[in-house]
Design a protein around this ligand. Structure first.
Ligand SMILES: NC(=O)c1ccc[n+]([C@@H]2O[C@H](COP(=O)([O-])OP(=O)(O)OC[C@H]3O[C@@H](n4cnc5c(N)ncnc54)[C@H](OP(=O)(O)O)[C@@H]3O)[C@@H](O)[C@H]2O)c1
Length: 299
């Protein structure tokens, strides 16, 4: 099996590479699998012709699309680029996957929802994105499902963090060490997701018998770590684990205006992925501890 992973320099792409390069179980069980990791320099999703050109001489059995335009607050001013990468390129990848008879795993977001539901979102709940990023991700999902009604899988995730790049955990650690007090919003609720856990889940799925069966209707799945918290609680736990002496003051979203509006409550119901692929989901605190242990060892 030739497996293409896009977004090799992003949080999820790097987390998949970390597991593939270190997990001997994968070598032993999947020694017929060849992973090819590509970044923007190899496959530029902002260019239709570059995408077509790349796939002329490159054929795959599975494409895992971890690349995306993820700058939520900049997406408004770069709407055209965000649309190209999150919508049009996904549509094009789906059409190429069809031609190559490849399976496509695409990553989407909890930000396709408006956050106004009183209960965790299921895959059949109606999306209603409230910012440009969420809208481009939703149109990407829809285009994928139209072009590829079979053999594709969309995984919506939320609040992704990792030991790589800039994310909430690295930002809080930096700010917490610089300042005595921080203000963090406590009225947006979601589930943090350690990118390594999502990477593990994707690798579990591609090994699963149900994924290997061809000719299945394309499906959406929700995946995050277990538990729902606010950004304020998340920051407090980061400082507690790392013993950072910084007071975290809860504030409301109106007190911290951002260019893009964020949904208030995007907890997702994960029963479907657990049931279909027998996925074990780790609690957010446990996974945060794992990530922070790795970060500490690096210092
Ligand atoms: N981060 C979150 O909190 C979050 C939450 C929910 C869902 N998601 C979704 O989860 C997936 C993975 O997110 P992540 O946090 O790993 O994202 P990330 O760290 O921002 O990585 C995204 C990757 O996409 C690449 N990319 C951007 N534009 C590209 C282009 N024109 N051509 C090729 N590659 C391009 C970036 O390349 P460069 O490194 O060269 O910039 C980057 O490596 C995405 O689909 C995202 O929408 C993320």
């Amino acid at each position: 099996m030739r497996i293409l992973v896009t977004g090799k320099n992003g949080q999820l792409g790097r987390s998949i590479q970390k597991i593939v390069n270190t997990d001997t179980k994968i070598d032993n069980n999947q020694n017929s699998n060849e992973f090819i990791f590509v970044g923007r320099e190899d496959l530029d999703l902002s260019s239709e012709s570059n995408i077509n050109h790349y796939f002329i001489n490159n054929k795959f059995d599975i494409i895992i699309n971890c690349a995306a335009y993820t700058l939520v607050d900049k997406a408004d001013e770069e709407a055209e680029l965000a649309t190209q990468v999150n919508h049009l390129a996904v549509k094009q990848l789906a059409s190429i996957a069809n031609k190559q008879q490849a399976r496509l795993i695409h990553i989407s977001t909890d930000y396709v929802f408006d956050g106004e539901s009183g209960k965790p979102y299921t895959e059949t709940d109606t999306p209603n994105p409230i910012n440009v990023y969420g809208r481009t991700k939703l149109t990407g999902e829809k285009a994928l499902q139209t072009v590829m009604p079979m053999n594709a899988l969309i995984i919506r995730t939320s609040w992704l963090y990792s030991e790589y790049g800039n994310n909430f955990v690295s930002t809080m650690l930096r700010l917490g060490r610089e300042q005595d007090e921080l203000r963090v919003v406590n009225d947006q609720i979601g589930s943090p997701t350690y990118a390594t856990d999502l990477a593990d889940t994707i690798l579990e799925i591609i090994k699963h018998k149900k994924f290997k069966d061809v000719g299945q209707t394309s499906q959406i799945y929700h995946y995050s770590n277990e538990g729902g918290i606010s950004w304020h609680e998340f920051a407090k736990e980061i400082f507690k684990i790392e013993k950072v002496d910084c007071k975290v003051n809860p504030i409301k979203t109106q007190q911290y205006p951002t260019p893009a509006t964020r949904p208030r409550n995007t907890l997702m119901n994960k029963d479907k992925i657990v049931k279909v692929f027998n996925i074990k989901i780790s609690n957010w605190k446990l996974s945060l501890n794992t990530c922070m242990t790795i970060l500490r060892q690096r210092q």
